[in-house]
Design a protein around this ligand. Structure first.
Ligand code: 5GP
Ligand code: ZN
Length: 119
């Protein structure tokens, strides 16, 4: 389903790069962030490659809604439904992987890492 050959998160969605799966269905994949900023730090990605959340919104609004719905479900399971939902967009704002991903951040934060991520 994913199509960018050189994209890390396409490879993760296809299982070519290992990850700790949290949730999966036909259109989205969720996995633990390798460098958590918070007790709960899960990334939710569309299986199809889009560079950022706005591109998903423009091409397939239902898919963006499904990403948000998936984030809520994960937070309901892992941190009583309370969470931050973060889409870094653009290198200057800290985006390092240019495949849309929602950070689901809940539970006890790591203040230093969280501050660094937003700096
Ligand atoms: P960004 O900075 O683009 O918003 O977020 C990218 C996120 O992907 C970072 O929080 C980073 O820790 C995470 N990440 C980068 N490479 C990997 C990887 O190979 N596996 C996992 N599970 N997370 C990764
Ligand atoms: Zn991709």
């Amino acid at each position: 389903m994913a199509e960018e050959t050189d994209c890390l998160f396409c490879k993760i969605a296809e299982g070519q790069v290992p990850s700790t799966k949290v949730y999966e269905d036909d259109t989205v994949y969720a996995f633990k962030d390798i460098n958590p900023m918070s007790e709960v730090h899960v990334l939710v990605i569309p299986k199809k490659h889009y560079p950022n959340a706005a591109a998903v919104a423009a091409a397939d609004p239902q898919l963006l809604a499904h990403i948000v719905e998936t984030a809520q479900k994960i937070a309901d399971d892992q941190c009583d439904g309370a969470y931050h939902l973060l889409f870094n967009t653009g290198a200057a704002a800290g985006q390092t992987v240019f495949h849309c991903h929602a950070h689901v951040l809940g539970g006890r934060p790591d203040p230093a890492k969280l501050a660094g991520a937003l700096a």
